[in-house]
Design a protein around this ligand. Structure first.
Ligand code: ADP
Ligand SMILES: Cc1ncc(COP(=O)(O)OP(=O)(O)O)c(N)n1
Length: 274
């Protein structure tokens, strides 16, 4: 090893911010932890994972799902947090009431922003969260969230508020904020017209609007957006800026989504590198 200055050591190696996903595996690589880790890498962070469940999944849907033992979930979390440390966390598929409660209690003691994507069903309509877990999401998980990112189906499941136009989004966000997250990001991806999301903390309102890309290959949009928010927060951005930057990233990834298999292909996490 050589150094320019006698007596000086080698230049310190730059360490990227560390971001943790607590989520399920998508064997097809389009959503779940695979999407999360790709988004985290693309946005200049070191991604790490706590696996909650394994799905057999592809472009056609979910063919099977298996939960991990609570002990394995706790052990993965402690391994990562106690040694490596995290600057932001994102949660995704949590499958059961017991997993939701376990993850919420682990996150309650963590000094880092938490993005909760309250994943309910996949794009193909496959359940990724048991119906009897909704109450634990409302009362245990959402209170520890810095940002909660429900889509319109998840808003309806959690709050009973049905959003059919942009005008309904503020009341939906207010109903999510009642459960205790610092910010609510209501995603309007399932409406017609522009893809419009509303971010609010009850005081500020930020409308995020992008053109709707007429591309059927949109598997993994929600996972990618939530992971991108976590990555930008880990870089030190304030919440509104982190969400705006994440929206720009997911919009590019949706535009570049590509066909794989016979069904809905994934968004392209590497679109900025191509
Ligand atoms: N066809 C599309 N074109 C552009 N943006 C989209 C499109 N579909 C969804 N989005 C955006 O992708 C993000 C994820 O939203 P959504 O698809 O509603 O989440 P989920 O995957 O949880 O159902 C949001 O920012 C939404 O506005
Ligand atoms: C393992 C796993 N986790 C989450 C999802 C849902 O991902 P999402 O980003 O909402 O994308 P779609 O499934 O809606 O395309 C998943 N499918 N699998």
């Amino acid at each position: 090893m050589t150094t320019d200055t006698p007596g000086a050591g080698p230049a310190p190696t730059a360490v990227p911010p560390r971001v943790l996903t607590v989520a399920g595996s998508d064997s097809g690589g389009g959503a779940g932890i695979q999407a999360d880790l790709k988004a985290m890498l693309a946005l200049g962070t070191h991604g790490m994972s706590v696996l909650t469940a394994v799905t057999a999944q592809n472009s056609l849907g979910v063919q099977g799902a298996w939960e991990l033992p609570l002990e394995a979930i706790r052990a993965q979390f402690r391994s990562v947090v106690d040694d490596i440390g995290v600057q932001a966390v994102k949660t995704g598929m949590l499958a059961s009431p017991a997993i939701v409660e376990t993850v919420a209690s682990l996150l309650a003691d963590l000094n880092a922003p938490v993005i909760v994507d309250p994943v309910g069903v996949s794009k193909h309509g496959d359940a990724l969260l048991a119906a009897d877990a909704l109450d634990a999401v409302r009362t245990k998980l959402l209170p520890v969230a810095t940002v909660a990112t429900p889509n319109l189906d998840e808003v309806a499941q959690l709050t009973g508020v049905r959003v059919t136009t942009e005008a309904d989004m503020p009341s939906a966000a207010a109903a999510i904020l009642e459960f205790g997250p610092r910010w609510a990001l209501v995603k309007g991806g399932h409406l017609r017209g522009d893809a419009v999301d509303l971010l609010t903390d009850g005081a500020e309102e930020h409308w995020l609007r992008s053109p709707r890309h007429d591309n059927r290959h949109t598997h993994g949009t929600g996972c990618t957006l939530a992971s991108a928010i976590a990555a930008h927060l880990a870089h030190g951005m304030p919440v509104p800026e982190a969400v705006a930057a994440a929206k720009e990233y997911v919009t590019g990834a949706i535009e570049a989504g590509f066909p794989l298999g016979a069904g809905i292909g994934p968004v392209d996490h590497a679109w900025r590198w191509r």
